[in-house]
Structure formats: C-alpha cells, structure tokens
Write a protein that binds this ligand. Structure first.
Ligand code: FMN
Length: 176
C-alpha cells in the first residue's frame, strides 16, 4: 500500500452513472452533467445530489426546487462531457448540442428525449445546500424509453476517464 492523494478519493467512490440534470427558470431551460448523486431512500425514491454553487443550474434548482435527472447511454457520452464543459450562463445547451426537450408532467424542467430514462424531481430538503451544495430530491415521476434496449451507462473516474457499464451477473443477494 502507498499513499493516495486525498483529492483522488472521489475517483474511487464514483457514486453512479453520469447523468444530465435539467432545470428551467423564467422560461429558459438548461442542462448540466452530474455524477455526484446517490440514492438515499427506496420509497418514495430520494436522491442526494451535489450541484456546485458555481454552476448556472444551482440558482435555478434552488429557486424553482424542480429538476429532471435524465440518464444518457454510452452513445451520448461525448456530448455529455461537452455539456459539462460549458455553462448555461452564456450557452443554450439544448440548441448547441441538439438535445430535444419535452415537457415533463410534474415539473417545469424538461425531459431529454435522447436519454433512456428521465426522472422528474422536486427538492424536498435544502438543509445541506448552504454547507455542501447538497440537495435532497424526491423522484415524483419516472420515464423509461423502451426503444433503447440494454443501454450502457457511463461512470466518471475523473479527468476525462469513464468506465462503461459492463457485464451483468446474478447472485443471491438479499438487498432489493
Ligand atoms: C462527467 C462530469 C460530471 C460532473 N459532475 C458534476 C456534479 O456532480 N456536480 C456539479 O456541480 N458539477 C458537475 N460537473 C460539472 C458541471 O456539469 C459543469 O460545471 C457545467 O458546466 C455546469 O453547467 P451550468 O453552468 O449550465 O449549470 C460535471 C461535469 C462532468 C463533465
């Protein structure tokens, strides 16, 4: 064993697939890339996510308390990274990256048609926002695209490195 820089720990504990987070405020939709999210409850599904207060999305999420988590498959990976490399402050990312917004049912933020799953979310707890930029979201409506068969998710390991969802194995786990 040898020392690992503490700044690299997050690369070992990547929490889930890279997703897109959409918001809408004053009639303007935006989308960012996100990978710091984790489940915290089964039912209702609660998700904790960190949205930096340096992101344009932060203010929209805090003000509207609504967003969509859209889950892209491997084919969208290059686009997802570019979406995470620019800001809605000066870019209409839906137009620039040819993403198709579709009105959601329960929130003002749009779904992303190209993603294989879309989760409409409402912010239900903001107590850790000021301290950690951490929002607790409740998924209030979920959509899946049956046309996208066996989508592969991408997982962020830092500095442009991604793992692609791999082989599936079945074991006798008691965890639902
Ligand atoms: C793979 C990847 C994962 C990212 N994960 C997060 C994240 O979990 N939280 C966050 O605040 N920013 C994350 N970012 C950075 C934002 O996507 C980036 O700052 C984006 O430009 C913010 O867009 P906005 O200013 O339009 O809100 C990630 C970027 C990439 C490329």
């Amino acid at each position: 064993m040898k020392d690992l820089a503490l700044s690299k720990v997050y690369q070992l504990l990547e929490p889930g697939p890279v997703v897109l987070l959409t918001t809408a405020r004053k009639g303007r939709a935006n989308v960012m890339a996100m990978s710091w999210q984790t489940m915290v409850e089964f039912t209702p599904p609660l998700v904790a996510c960190v949205v930096s207060n340096a992101d344009y999305s932060f203010a929209a999420l805090r003000a509207t308390k609504q967003c969509v988590i859209a889950i892209p498959s491997l084919e969208l990976a290059p686009k997802v990274v570019e979406i995470g490399n620019c800001s809605g402050l000066d870019t209409d990312k839906f137009a620039k990256f040819h993403l198709t917004p579709r009105p959601a049912e329960c929130v003002v933020a749009p779904l992303v048609v190209e993603c294989f799953a879309n989760l409409e979310c409402k912010v239900v707890d903001t107590r850790l926002v000021n301290k950690y930029n951490l929002f607790i979201l409740e998924v209030v409506k979920a959509w899946i695209d049956p046309a996208q068969k066996n989508p592969k998710t991408i997982h962020h390991h830092g500095f442009g490195r991604f793992a692609v969802d791999g082989e599936m194995i079945q074991l006798k786990s008691k965890m639902p």
